[in-house]
Design a protein around this ligand. Structure first.
Ligand code: NZQ
Ligand code: ZN
Length: 379
């Protein structure tokens, strides 16, 4: 087991009605909030009005930024930074899924630092601080509510990348599963795929950490058991709650302690599909994970066998890959590019960008020929 520091400063409020505590907590952090949200789902599911009420009741000023897109763009973050600076905000409140929360995280760094958001993302600007971040999560998937990661894309450089820094932990995150009842079936499935993919990225990372392994297996078991049940009953609060909590734990460090890294190769590959075709994040992962495992059949043989035995009671590698594929299909998430509307004519374009962006894992590096092989499995 590697040395590690266990650290997670986010205060997570979980359950029905927890947003009622947002105002009092926000009042201890600032006087004027930049309220960030996306295309309007939060206006329909009550999360926006509940949050606004909380802020107003405490006399906290509010400046709004809306229109953050799924697969969020750095240009929108830059615009929001300007608005926040002009208004003199001293905290950022994000209401929505990870696209909104990730954007808010970088906005929170750039407002006080007056810096370029892409320079932050690419590590060319070392942030000196950040405004406090409050997140109201409305979609269970990424774990952004309790981690130090933000993912943005840049149309100029043709990249979608992640950035990690302790300043990005939200001070408070409010997770009321009620707000997720309105998430449509497709995004419900993508979120469940994403939480499994985060668990797998940890599993295929570097280092021997048995307790972290057991957390991975337990989190995936939650998804295997409750994911299909939720797809059949998307209005079920209890199932929404189970998947929401599983998603948080899949990427809040719990599965990483004792390892030197996760892998993240499939995420890097998936970001290329999201960038090129605006494919939702989870959909890229259900297409690519089984294909990646095929490529890694020999290199990661022991780990795939061990995982298959734990989850499906079989150690055969091909059987395990089949199980994951069948499960993703059962949820209704794509397992081939064609299922996501990407036809074979795009294959070279995808390969080119994957190679150009060196889409590969930290532990299991991919060569250009391996990426080419991988694409034969998804078309
Ligand atoms: O824009 P609005 O109208 O809000 O609609 C959103 C959006 O269209 C909608 N939605 C959200 N909550 C809803 C809802 N619709 C109905 N009812 C609700 N309660 O869902 C759509 C997708 O939202 P988005 O925020 O994009 O989804 P998600 O939370 O899955 O975030 C995906 C982004 O997170 C990044 C991905 O790459 C992608 O850009 N990731 C972030 C990570 C992190 N910060 O730790 C790690 C992940 O691996 C991932 O890379
Ligand atoms: Zn992910």
């Amino acid at each position: 087991m590697n040395n590690f520091i266990a650290y997670n400063p986010t205060k997570l409020h979980f359950g029905s009605g927890v947003v009622n505590d947002l105002g009092i907590n926000a009042s201890q952090l600032g006087k004027h909030a930049l309220l960030v949200y996306g295309g309007g789902s939060v206006l329909r599911n009550g999360s926006y009005s509940d949050t606004l009420k909380q802020l107003e009741e405490q006399g906290i000023g509010v400046t709004e930024i809306s229109g953050i897109k799924p697969n969020p763009a750095v240009d929108d973050v830059k615009e929001a930074v300007k608005t926040g600076q002009e208004a003199g905000v001293d905290m950022v409140v994000a209401v929505g899924g990870a696209s909104v929360i990730d954007s808010a995280k970088i906005i929170a760094i750039c407002i006080p630092d007056d810096c370029d958001a892409w320079k932050v993302m690419t590590g060319k600007h070392e942030p000196s601080g950040a405004l406090p971040i409050i997140a109201v999560l409305t979609l269970a998937a990424t774990g952004t509510e309790m981690n130090a990661i933000a993912v943005l894309q840049n149309h100029e450089t043709r990249e979608k990348i992640g950035f990690k820094n302790d300043l990005l932990y939200p001070a408070h995150s409010f997770l009321d599963p009620t707000y997720t009842l309105s998430v449509p079936s497709n995004y419900t499935a993508f979120g469940t795929v994403d939480l499994i993919a985060h668990s797998l990225e940890a599993w295929f990372g570097e280092g021997d950490a048995s307790l972290s392994d057991r957390f991975v297996v337990s989190i995936i078991r939650e998804a295997l058991e409750y994911g299909p049940a939720l797809m059949n009953d998307t209005g079920n609060y209890d199932l929404r709650a189970r998947i929401m909590w599983a998603a948080t734990n899949a990427l809040n460090n719990l599965t990483i302690y004792g390892r030197s890294s996760g892998d993240w190769g499939v995420h890097a590959l998936g970001h290329v599909l999201s960038f090129l075709y605006d494919t939702p994040h989870g959909a890229t992962l259900s297409i690519l994970y089984p294909a990646w495992m095929k490529v890694m059949k020999m290199r990661a043989k022991n780990r795939i066998e061990q995982l298959g035995l734990e989850l499906f009671g079989k150690s055969d590698v091909d059987e395990t890959i089949k199980e994951f594929k069948a499960y993703f299909s059962l949820l209704g998430s794509p397992v081939k590019c064609a299922d996501a509307g990407i036809d074979a004519s795009h294959r070279n374009e995808i390969l080119e960008l994957m190679n150009k962006n060196h889409a590969e894992g930290i532990h299991h590096k991919l060569s250009d020929p391996e990426r080419e092989e991988l694409l034969t499995y998804v078309f």
